[in-house]
Write a protein that binds this ligand. Structure first.
Ligand code: TYD
Length: 201
């Protein structure tokens, strides 16, 4: 028995995390076991790496390697065992975020990310990736009213524009698993779209 792997992606401020309870409830209503997790993080070691990644300045390749180190641990101790027992895994971000942030926005060559992806999870890809998409101005406006920003959330508009472009490109390159959710709508409308996508999984 194998479960399904769902990932949530999008710029900071796109509002993806708001919909996690909706997705969990929709799946549980179908009697499915859901493991809800996040990256960077998801394990005790991963959460310690998250602290460093979100608040320490470091070389962008160090950052990329640490993202994948946290991911390796996450897959080994949480994601793979859950999928093996038939659970659905819902992860708030995964490797598409490394393509968007470290490669698209910060300039690490995509081939380097591909190498790490092959090393760390050659045989694992999400079954469904919901990309919460909003214009950059909206994301920046939402972040301005949010809690104190981490290091990524303090970047400028150009940084966010590159993230959005990189995510949209990832979606174009992987149409079978990506669904773009227009998150620049009312919460209710976005929730409805999310439920629709989950219902056909
Ligand atoms: P985020 O998922 O937005 O959590 P929160 O809602 O608590 O702020 O924060 C994680 C940050 O880490 C986000 O700014 C994107 C960044 N990130 C990367 O740069 N690369 C990655 O591979 C991952 C998983 C996250």
């Amino acid at each position: 028995m194998t479960g399904k792997f769902i990932t949530l992606e999008g710029m900071d401020g796109a509002g993806k995390s708001t919909h996690i309870p909706t997705i969990i409830a929709a799946l549980q209503a179908r009697g499915i076991e859901v493991v809800s997790t996040r990256e960077p993080g998801g394990t005790a070691l991963g959460e310690r790496l998250r602290e460093l990644l979100l608040h320490e300045n470091m070389h962008v390749e160090t950052e990329t390697l640490l993202m994948f180190a946290a991911r390796r641990e996450h897959i080994a101790s949480i994601i793979a065992p859950a999928l093996a027992r038939g659970a659905y895994v819902l992860s708030d971000r995964f490797t598409d975020a490394t393509y968007a942030y470290q490669s698209g926005a910060k300039g690490v060559a995509a081939v380097k990310v591909e190498l790490l992806e092959q090393w760390v999870h050659a045989d694992l890809q999400p079954d469904l990736t919901l990309l919460f998409d909003v214009p950059v101005e909206v994301s920046i406006q939402r972040l301005a009213t949010a809690r104190s920003p981490d290091k990524f959330e303090r970047e400028d508009a150009g940084f966010f524009m590159r993230i959005r472009q990189a995510y949209l490109q990832r979606a174009q390159q992987n149409p079978a698993r990506f669904r773009i959710i227009d998150a620049n709508r009312s919460l209710e409308d976005v929730k409805k779209s999310v439920e629709d996508e989950i219902s056909i999984l």
